[in-house]
Write a protein that binds this ligand. Structure first.
Ligand code: ADP
Length: 236
């Protein structure tokens, strides 16, 4: 069974086609990068995967569960780290994670929450209110929140956009460990360097269409990497 199946996914916003029939699979154990310039459709695809947006047509399955037809099972199978920072400002960090545990009906999840806090460098902030955290710390909590229910598939939407080097390293070390432990990882990014360092497979979207889907090494060998890096790098 594949971890994720995108099957001819089309998404229209009015007359505009944001996704023009996207098909690919992510296999269990993959560390998968979804690349593409701004507006390519990456976030739209992730929103459909997370059940936040409905596809106009086509199907998405997570660990065999159809996102449209069997949403609860599909939702349990995936942890999504969104680009936006979404939280209750008056909850502490720990309460934020406990609330998420409650949403999934999990009891006795304290030891796992402690482990997540530790691995993301959040232990000292466990009793701090969310509103008092820096932007980087809030982003760490967003990652922690996605992991609370131990999903087999973890999806991170531009997790390192605008974060400092220290957080990048903390985050990647933890995500790589989760991947080694058997979790499937999907990340969207602008940075080919990041994909190159971390991922085993890469898909590239452009204007809502899949333009490449390759083992990382094949892609690098064909010399595409350099030109893509230049094209994908955001203006700074
Ligand atoms: P990416 O994440 O690759 O930058 P997005 O998925 O955010 O791309 O956007 C893909 C395209 O769909 C863009 O042209 C964007 O303007 C458009 N789009 C996304 N969401 C909406 C929406 N709710 N209404 C209209 N157009 C949208």
């Amino acid at each position: 069974m594949s971890a994720i199946v995108f099957d001819h996914v089309i998404k229209r916003f009015g007359d505009f086609e944001a996704l023009g029939g996207v098909s690919f699979t992510v296999e269990q154990g993959d560390f998968f990068a979804l690349l593409g310039p701004n507006g390519a459709g990456k976030t739209t695809l992730i929103s459909i995967l997370g059940g936040l947006t409905q596809a106009s047509s086509g199907a998405v399955k997570v660990m065999g569960h159809d996102v449209a037809g069997d949403y609860r099972a599909a939702r349990r199978a995936v942890g999504i780290v969104p680009q936006e920072l979404v939280f209750d400002p008056f909850f502490t960090v720990r309460e934020t994670l406990q609330f998420q545990s409650g949403y999934f009906g999990l009891k006795d999840n304290g030891a796992w929450i402690d482990e997540i806090l530790e691995n993301l460098g959040l232990t000292a902030k466990a009793n701090t209110n969310m509103r008092a955290l820096s932007g980087g710390m809030k982003r760490r909590v967003m990652v922690a929140q996605a992991l609370v229910h131990r999903p087999p598939v973890i999806v991170l939407d531009e997790p390192t956009a605008g974060v400092d080097v220290e957080l990048r390293q903390t985050l990647w070390a933890f995500i790589q460990r989760l991947n080694k432990d058997g979790h499937t990882i999907v990340l969207t990014t602008h940075y080919l360097e990041e994909a190159e360092a971390l991922c085993n497979r890469i898909a590239m979207l452009k204007q809502g269409r899949l333009i490449a889907l390759e083992e990382k090494n094949a892609l690098m060998n064909r010399g595409k990497a350099r030109s893509l890096t230049l094209r994908l790098r955001p203006a700074e």
